[in-house]
Design a protein around this ligand. Structure first.
Ligand code: CDP
Length: 214
């Protein structure tokens, strides 16, 4: 079974997807970490062809191991913290608009999720990577709430985060290839006034009865 969780930055995808995976003993796939790794390669080699960087990058997601703790390895190096900086977020959103980068990463993601039970999160899991997912969830929250959460996570100023987030949302939603949008049949879940536990519980309930609505 595959549960696809898509949505904008700060909607709670990572926290929720991890917790749902733990609750159901599924494996967790953080597709954004893969775009972040390509962003790191691009920052290290400015001007290099992006699709080639994406094809060459050896990305290992610790979260795919049963005992994994969400570590991310790029070409054998632990980049788990390095890929979370605002500079890398911005570059990830830029490289993610490149069709060659998307093709390379989508094909790795499909190979990964081909067997077993998965919770995969990102922007295009339900629309492109796995349109046949048994359960698709689109997580949202107000821009202010999303910025507040991300600022708390980063220890940053929420006004600055809100401005950066608006640029990234705009780019992710309007790009030509795989723009961020709810997949047909996705369950819309606004997390603005829900606790993580409530969101996890709703998704776990839907997974037990995917044909019902939230
Ligand atoms: O954690 P946050 O939602 O801020 O970002 P992320 O999920 O780590 O993704 C970083 C960037 O990668 C996003 O801004 C998207 O541009 C891109 N991305 C994508 O295009 N498709 C995905 N499946 C996942 C991420």
């Amino acid at each position: 079974m595959l549960i696809a969780i898509d949505g904008p930055a700060g909607a709670g995808k990572s926290t929720v997807a991890r917790a749902v995976a733990r609750r159901l003993s599924f494996t967790y796939l953080d597709s954004g970490a893969m775009y972040r790794c390509v962003a790191l390669c691009s920052l290290a080699s400015p001007g290099a062809p992006l699709a080639e960087l994406a094809r060459a990058a050896q990305i290992e997601l610790g979260g795919t191991q049963p005992q994994g703790v969400g570590r991310v390895l790029l070409d054998g190096r632990d980049v788990s913290e390095e890929i979370r900086t605002p500079e890398v977020s911005e570059e990830a959103s830029r490289v993610a608009a490149d069709p060659g980068v998307r093709a390379a990463l989508v094909s790795s993601q499909r190979a990964l999720i081909a067997g077993g039970n998965w919770v995969a999160e990102g922007r295009d899991i339900g629309t492109v990577v796995a349109p046949d997912a048994e359960l698709k969830v689109f997580l949202t929250a107000s821009p202010e709430e999303r910025a507040r959460r991300r600022a708390a996570e980063l220890g940053a100023d929420s006004h600055t985060v809100l401005a950066e987030q608006a640029l990234r949302d705009e780019r992710d939603a309007t790009r030509e290839h795989s723009p961020l949008q709810p997949a047909p049949g996705a369950v819309m879940l606004d997390t603005s006034s829900l606790t993580v536990e409530e969101v996890v519980e709703r998704i776990a309930a839907l997974a037990r009865a995917p044909s019902s609505t939230a």
